[in-house]
Structures are given as structure tokens and as C-alpha cells.
Design a protein around this ligand. Sequence first.
Ligand code: AMP
Length: 543
Amino acid sequence: MRGLMMNTPLLISSIAEHAARFHGDREIVSVTADNPRHRCTFRDAIGRSKKLANALAGHGLQQGDRIATIAWNDYRHLEIYFGVSGAGYVCHTINPRLFPEQLVFIINHAEDRWVFVDVMMVPLLEKILPQISAVEGFVIMTDEAGMPETSLPNVHCYETLIGAETEVYEWPALDERSASALCYTSGTTGDPKGVLYDHRSTVLHAFAGVAPDVMGLSSRDCVLPVVPLFHVNAWGIPYSTLMVGSKIVFPGPKMGDGEALCELMESEGVTIALGVPTVWLALLQYCAQAGRLLTGLKRTLIGGAAVPRSMIQEFEDVHDVEVRQGWGMTEMSPLGTCNTVKAGMESLPRDEALDLATKAGRGIFGCELRIVDDKGEVLPWDGVAYGALQVRGPWICSDYFKLDGSAGSHTDDGWFDTGDVATIDPHGYMAITDRTKDVIKSGGEWISSIELENTAMGHPAVAEAAVIGVAHPKWTERPLLIVVRAEGQDVGKDEMLKFFDGKVATWWIPTDVQFVDELPHTATGKIKKIELRRQFADYSFPE
Ligand code: AMP
């Protein structure tokens, strides 16, 4: 027997309408290239996204067309999110930190018809213009006064483009499975791969994101997304905040600026901030140097890379800010797990609580998890067995854009292979130990590079650390620790290695340490292990 409930489609435009109606006065504060503190409301932003939808229709764009953005986090970018997706086009967010060849590949592969670009990123596009000749129109996200001299053809000024339109616009009644947004993964090997989100997956993911044990967002919150709008839809923040009416503070180009982030948090009353560990390093360093405390911030969701134990301690002990670690991927919209304590765990001894907090967290309802061995056999959740982490759910990709199953990313029984290696404990807490390609095998036993990196990061003289496996005549592979010293700090090999005593199994302790000025990073701020392995290809352990 079928149920008798309405079948209303889950659409991004319905989030926009809800936000304008119930939270119209809620503020959006943005740092932009042309304004240090721009202020508008949800009502303004949704009105302007409707003007944009009218403008796009007037220029002959068709539903399903890809419309790209290369921009920082601000209100105009948010308007494009809703104006483009809500009207049935596909909002293709592009990471400006990609190499020019990757930008060319992505724009052409996506067949972007128009590109919206921040003033600061116009030169990026000018350089690759001959290779992206299929793009029909460029929109520079500023007003007439801010328009730069440019060699881009068919160029529009954002404010003029939407200024000519009316706010009267009826969102189309789309199929909820229509594509809404596109984001390419920042793969470290091969060409980038496109993940094509749809309206249904986006709305379901937004529901999941606001839940108490995930972001725990409400209309009383003020959210600072330092995670970029150009990377996995900023973890769904544009949709989750508008769904519940949280105030939004966009840092614009100031994402890596500890002082600016601290100022924004303190003056705007930010209660929740989200970002990758690297940006929080900059913030915590600034606070320590300037003797400042984060007085209003209640919690931070940190993900995208393993969160060092020392970072959790500093947020919690110095600033009284709760750290929630999250794990996910571009292919997963991205939320898969989030780390909060379960009932009965609130009064764990501090050390055990920290051990727990360094894990990636429990599966969020809507994202099933499993770990499997080399033969595909499902492994137990005992916190010890480790294997390939696979996921399944309504906001996990079923394929990559235009690859028709050729990526080999899915199992025959319909699970997505994340490329991560993990353990899951009996309470359901998952811990990432490595990327499949980064696993270190020493004497047939496995060593977690992430745990070693985490431990090294706890040394006060270490700014950043990475561990790679290097060939060893006796053990096949041994861990090599590569360290960037913190400014003005000195630490040598012996002290560094001694620091591991009692913190990890003796046979895990790296065999050697190399000090470098900086580590190579991907466009999303992850350490590029493949590049490190290349740099240390000729390295061999001392006798
Ligand atoms: P991306 O698709 O660029 O967001 O990258 C996703 C990858 O980042 C995952 O597959 C993990 O390897 C890594 N990652 C994300 N969150 C965490 C975390 N909390 N701990 C360790 N690795 C993480």
C-alpha cells in the first residue's frame, strides 16, 4: 500500500523562498574587494538572485547549462548560488588556486557557457583566455566603479547586469533530481573529476547539516564559513544557514588572515566557524601572539584533513571553544561523519576525551559507512581492524560527470570507495588512518602516517609535519618525518624523535627527520604527498 503524503520536490529555490519569508531580516556580512564590511539581508540577497535569474534567461541561457564562478566567499557569490541553481542552471564553482592547466581542463570539460569572476581573479582568466574560447560571457562581480580594464570579451558588470532586472520571478518547478551544482575534485593524480550535485541531494544534505550533533545550527547562530564557496559548496553552509536563518559572515579574500578572522568573529558575534585545520593554525597563532581570546565563539567544525590533537586542546583549553571534527569529500557533498560525544561519554578522563576527539566522528544519518579488506570482505567495527572506507547514501555521487563509470570508483554492490583507509570502533567512531595511496607498510605491519603527523604537530616548535613511507632494505618501508619548524623555533632530529616516546608504538617512531622550509599543498590546502614523495625520491635512510 502506498502512503498518502504529498510528493513535493526538494528544491534549492524552496530554501530561498523559506529564508526570505521567515528570516528576511537576517543579516549577511561580507568582506569584499570593494567593501571591508558589506551588509545586506536574506531578503535582499534572494531578491537579487531573482534579478540574476531574470538576467540569465534574458541572455538565452538554457536549463542545465553550466555557469561557473571563480570567487571568494561573499554575498554576491551566495546570490549566484541561488539565482543559478534555483533557475535550473548548474552552478559550477571553480577553485582559483588550481594550476592554469587545471582551470582550462575544468572549464572546457564542464562546457561552461558563462563565468562569474571576482575582480581579483580576472587576470587568472585573461591568461588562459585563448584556451577557453568556448566561454560565451564573463561577469565581473563588482559595480561600474570597480570594473577593471580587461581583455576578457563579452564582459558584463555584475551590478549593471542585475540592476536592469526586476525581482519578480517565479522559480521553475524543476524535477528534484535535476543537476544543481558541479564541483571538480582536487585530485593529486590524473585529471580533475566533476561531481554533479542535484537539488534533492543538496536539500537532504542541508537537513543533515543543521542537526544538533552535526553543525547544530539555529536561527540564533552566527556562522563564519572559512571553508570556501568554491569547495564542495562550503560544506553546504549556504543552504543550511538559509534553511534555519543563521546570520552569515563571509570573510571574502581574508580567509587565511588570522587577525581579520578574529576581528570578524569578535565584532559580528560569530557563534560557529567552519574551516580546514590550516586556517585555524593562522587564527590560533595570531591569538597567541596578540594575547587575544575568542570570547563569543562556541564551536568550530574542522575537517578536510586530520585535526591535530594540539589544535583541539588549544581551542578548548585556551578559548573554551568546542571542536567538532568532520570528515567527508567532494563526492559526498561533503558531510559523512561528525565528532560529538554520545550520552555517557561527557565525563571521560581528559586524555580519553582527546583521543576520541582526534577521530573523524560518527556516521551522520544518511551516510552509511563500512570498511573492507583487500578482498572486499566487510571488517568488524572493533577500533582495530582497518580497511578501505566505503560509503553509500542519497548525497553520495553515483558517478563522475561525463565519465560513465570509467573511474572504477564504485563497487558492484553500489558503494563508493572513498580512497581513505579507516578503523571504526564499537561506538561507531571512525578514524582515518591514511589515504589508500599513503599507507606505510613496515615489516608487513601497517603504520598510520596521520597519527605520526598528529603527534609531531603536538611539539611546540613544529609548524607543519608530514610523514611518507620510504624504501628500507630490511623493513621494506619505514616512515620519514618531514617538518617545517615554527617561526623563530629550533628543534633537531634527536629531540623530535624523542618526542614520540610513549606516544606511539616504538616501531612506529619515524626512522629519520628532514627539515624543510615549506610543504607542498594542493589547491584545497592538503599536503601533497605525491609531490613530497617526488622531492624525496633520491632520499635513503642513514646507515
Ligand atoms: P576533498 O574532496 O578535497 O574535500 O577531500 C576529501 C579527503 O580529505 C578525504 O577523502 C580525506 O582523505 C581527507 N579528509 C577530510 N576530512 C578529514 C579528516 N577529518 N581527517 C582526515 N582526513 C580527512
